[in-house]
Design a protein. Structure first.
Length: 293
């Protein structure tokens, strides 16, 4: 049978591997049984994994086995399992990172930007975050973690601090996770953002801030991060500073902005500057150039 027809649902690179192994061993299932002699826990767990289920229920991938990803294992078996004799090791580094996974996943939208991404450049591999042989949650090394967010902050420790501060996105409540805003497999935008820009990403949830407005606030149009700390802050509404200090970082001259005033002054209590300028993201009122209505 033509290997291209038999394994039509698999990528071309993987079809070649699988077809070649069929001719070499006559049975790919038998190859997995030989692997199980030494790697019983991995082979058994693989059956319940997402990969195992995909191979099992896809009629076009009949006979897929360990060799489909790890390459021919005959030399490894003949060498008594000696390290370095398997064609495609469990972890690849440098320029060969994730080659085995990309044989199937490189054409998927989420993985399309992996090559050249920050994680790939840092030497992170698929197996560092994914338990590819088992039906388990994400992990960091050998330690199973509870959620995607917990996995991310195991490396990004500066962001972990933000999650424990007074004002944060609902990450601790698991209403969202790091992947809600970032694509860990790579992105065309900075910081692995899952949108073309910071503002485009923020507006996917905060549509009321998008505008257009009759009276626009320049910092809002430029970058939401001018005023907000997206990973968490001890100030209200994830602001990078108290409103009066934040506003005065730009508004240094004119009227009452730089007047010290009393502790009970309107711009020093309650919502401070926002007491009088509540429409700070923009206003559509004809009388609202000062964002007062």
């Amino acid at each position: 049978m033509d290997p291209g027809k038999r394994f039509g649902a698999l990528p071309a690179a993987l079809c070649g591997i699988v077809a070649g192994l069929s001719l070499m061993s006559g049975s790919l299932v038998r190859a997995s049984e030989e692997c199980a002699a030494c790697h019983e826990d991995l082979v058994k767990g693989f059956a319940a994994s997402a990969h195992g289920r995909a191979f099992r229920y896809d009629p076009q991938s009949e006979g897929a086995s360990c060799e489909s990803c790890h390459g021919p294992g005959r030399r490894h078996v003949e060498a008594g399992g000696e390290a370095g004799t398997i064609a495609n090791p469990a972890k690849l580094r440098g320029g060969e990172a994730a080659d085995a996974c990309l044989a199937c996943h490189e054409n998927r939208l989420l993985q399309a930007h992996w090559t050249g991404s920050q994680h790939e450049a840092a030497g992170v591999t698929c197996a560092d975050c994914h338990a590819v042989h088992a039906a388990s949650p994400p992990r960091r090394g050998r330690a199973v973690v509870r959620s995607t967010t917990e996995l991310c902050v195991s490396c990004h420790v500066s962001q972990r601090k933000g999650l424990l501060q007074r004002s944060t996105h609902p990450l601790r409540e698991e209403k969202m996770d790091c992947a809600s805003c970032h694509n860990p497999h790579g992105s065309g935008a900075e910081h692995l953002l899952a949108a073309d820009s910071v503002n485009d990403l923020c507006f996917t949830c905060h549509q009321e801030k998008r505008g257009p407005f009759l009276w626009e606030h320049a910092p809002v149009r430029e970058d939401c991060l001018t005023c907000h700390a997206p990973h968490g802050s001890n100030h209200d509404r994830m602001l990078v500073a108290r409103p009066v200090q934040l506003c005065q970082s730009c508004h240094l001259q004119g009227r009452h902005q730089t007047v010290a005033g009393l502790p009970t002054a309107m711009w020093n209590v309650n919502r401070q500057c926002l007491n009088c300028h509540p429409q700070i993201h923009g206003s559509n009122h004809p009388s609202g150039p000062l964002f007062q209505r």
